[in-house]
Design a protein around this ligand. Structure first.
Ligand code: GLC
Length: 624
């Protein structure tokens, strides 16, 4: 027994030694506090020690194969526990369904303790070590993660580190006037400094929660609240905040979490006279988190939530020598995809994909069509302006289009945080509704339904072809449409993001064997694509990826190459049959869905359809 402990200690020591100097350097640069640093190191050891055997074994395996998550089998799905299966036990009982969806990475939306009615969908955490009662307990979480690991599934959770709920014990003490706890937030007894901040800090929720500060009449103070008034920004200038939040992070990692999504990460450092976004200290903190996880739990991945333009997102990968996040969301590509749906013009999307394709392949993006949040229309407006398209009117067009107010649109959905001052608005709706399925079903027009289904599947096929890891939004695999019932719930009625946060429709899911249903048509076509992706090595993250000119404004062509294998994906974003005027004169290709052989030249592609073409192997001289 003793020997074993020593060996384990050696593992910890080896990892600590590798990182100690850099960690100390960064910590001292930020905090200049060696006793707090010593405490941090002691706690790292404590959490390493507490980590169970199975997780330590997994860490070692992953340490030996650091590219474990970059293979072609990774497919994510995100869902709310209650929407999907009531509680954690329910999720565990339904892992078979998730396996059937081919997913091996489950993002459980926020499930930690949060006050009812002041929760921002769980992003206002009042206790980082307690699961909301309706979902279960920490024990249930451990049980679930262990069950997932048995099925080779990874579990992702949010780590909301920018703020706590006003019901968090620190916030309560701060509110009662305890200076020690006030220093963990941004407290001001007059509006002088808050007003100075307001001059340079943009607003996150201009309509639903205007301003960046909240006046607390009982405490006689202002507190910084970048998001909702009940989400108090933490002050990371205070090393106590950093240390305690790192302990929370490690505590959660030790429950068996594989992927930690660092919520709203660009916001975590505030500085007067700046926008309080992406400051250099944020990178110091993320780098320290990466080091800390590499010391205690190297099997855990960091996923950064940076909903910003590409130039601001990419730095969160860090560098090869000093990596920060393992994965980041491909947010601009997502928004540009929907712009392409509305305009049927792939030019901007091609440009955006070229930017992503040119990045080092170690930088793994999470690709998605929809998530729990709104679509913010963060497009490359400089590029659009060069084509004569102006930002404000274009956003108006997109919002009209997706609300279904534009003549040719079949989309359904709602605006989000429409700002009367700037004229800006974001958009909410499910993939299926935005593709026209909701409207087509209401009209019971089979031709329109099939066309909408085709667009929906094509968008997924295109997402699977992108460089990185695809993540499905639960319900999208069966074409679930918008849910308007949120309007009847006073806790949700003001937040239109709930339109695409409806309960999973198990009745619809039961139809996946009924070939005439929308659920079946989408589920089975996606299943086919997911299996192709899993079985073809050309879909690994390291594959070379690029775009090909098609000389048709509505048709996008993407190539992938890895280890002698090549595939082309061709996607028609218009409601007309088209020809992709490509000429890849390097052999014969096989349509991966139908098995038909063809040349990759002047390829016909149906309205809203797609093709996956694979180049036949060397030496095969098929006649076509
Ligand atoms: C992230 C979440 C969003 C939440 C916000 C505040 O952006 O995705 O849902 O409102 O953080 O925590």
């Amino acid at each position: 027994m003793k020997k074993k402990t020593e060996t384990q200690d050696t593992v910890f020591q080896r990892r600590l030694e590798r990182h100690h100097d850099e960690l100390r350097w960064l910590y001292m640069e930020l905090y200049d506090n060696s006793s707090m640093f010593a405490e941090l190191c002691d706690e790292l050891y404590h959490f390493y020690h507490e980590r169970n055997k199975a997780l330590k074994k997994q860490d070692e395996k992953r340490e030996a194969h650091p590219d474990w998550y970059k293979q072609n089998d990774m497919l994510g799905m995100m869902f709310y526990i209650d929407n999907f299966a009531g509680n954690m036990r329910g999720v565990e009982e339904n892992l078979d369904y998730l396996e059937k969806c081919n997913v091996n990475y489950l993002h459980l939306m926020p499930f930690l303790e949060t006050p009812k009615g002041r929760s921002d969908g769980g992003y206002a955490v009042s206790d980082f070590r307690k699961v909301q009662e309706k979902f279960g307990t920490m024990k249930d979480l451990e049980h679930l993660t262990a069950a997932c690991h048995k099925k080779n599934m990874n579990v992702c959770m949010d780590f909301v580190m920018n703020h706590t709920s006003e019901d968090h014990e620190w916030a309560k003490k701060a509110r009662q006037g305890d200076g020690e706890y006030q220093s963990r937030y941004f407290f001001f007894d007059s509006d002088t400094i808050p007003n100075m901040y307001e001059k340079t800090v943009p607003q996150v929720f201009p309509t639903t929660a205007p301003g960046n500060f909240t006046w607390l009449p009982d405490a006689g103070h202002y507190v910084m609240t970048s998001f909702y008034p009940y989400q108090w920004d933490l002050n990371y200038r205070n090393p106590r905040v950093f240390n305690e939040m790192m302990y929370n992070f490690l505590y959660l990692a030790n429950r068996g979490i594989d992927i930690i999504r660092i919520d709203a990460v660009p916001y975590i450092w505030k500085e007067l006279h700046t926008q309080c976004r992406n400051l250099k200290q944020v990178h110091t903190i993320v780098r320290m988190m990466r080091i800390i996880s590499e010391i205690v739990c190297p099997g855990v991945l960091l996923l950064g939530e940076v909903v910003m333009e590409p130039e601001k997102v990419v730095p969160y990968f860090g560098t090869i020598e000093k990596p920060e996040c393992h994965m980041l969301y491909n947010v601009t590509t997502m928004a540009t995809t929907w712009h392409t749906v509305a305009t049927r013009n792939v030019r901007l999307l091609k440009k955006q994909l070229d930017i992503v394709n040119a990045l080092p392949k170690d930088e793994v993006f999470l690709n998605y069509l929809r998530c729990h949040d709104d679509i913010g229309w963060g497009l490359d407006y400089d590029a659009l302006l060069r084509e004569g398209i102006e930002e404000r009117s274009h956003k108006r067009y997109l919002n009209c289009y997706f609300q279904g107010l534009e003549g040719s649109s079949n989309s359904r959905g709602e605006l989000y945080n429409a700002d009367p001052v700037s004229g800006d608005a974001r958009f909410c709706g499910t993939t299926a509704s935005m593709c026209g399925i909701e409207k087509a079903l209401a009209e019971q027009d089979e031709e329109v339904i099939e066309r909408a289904v085709r667009l929906d599947v094509t968008l997924h096929a295109y997402m699977f072809m992108q460089s990185g890891i695809p993540v499905l939004y639960s319900g999208d695999e069966i074409g679930q449409v918008n849910d308007y019932t949120y309007k009847e719930d006073p806790d949700k009625a003001d937040d239109s993001r709930y339109i695409h946060r409806g309960a999973f429709d198990w009745k619809q899911a039961e139809q996946i064997d009924d070939k005439t249903s929308v659920a079946s048509r989408i589920f089975n076509r996606l299943d086919r694509l997911e299996r192709i992706r899993k079985s073809e090595k050309v879909f690994v993250c390291k594959a070379n990826t690029w775009t090909v000119d098609t000389y048709d404004p509505s048709v996008l062509c993407m190539g992938r190459y890895y280890d002698g294998e090549k595939v082309l994906g061709i996607f028609n974003f218009s409601e007309y049959n088209k020809t992709a005027w490509i000429n890849e004169a390097d052999g014969v290709y096989t349509d991966m869905i139908t098995g038909e052989m063809m040349r990759a030249a002047d390829v016909n592609i149906p309205a809203y359809g797609f093709l996956y073409l694979k180049r036949n192997g060397e030496g095969s001289d098929e006649k076509i």
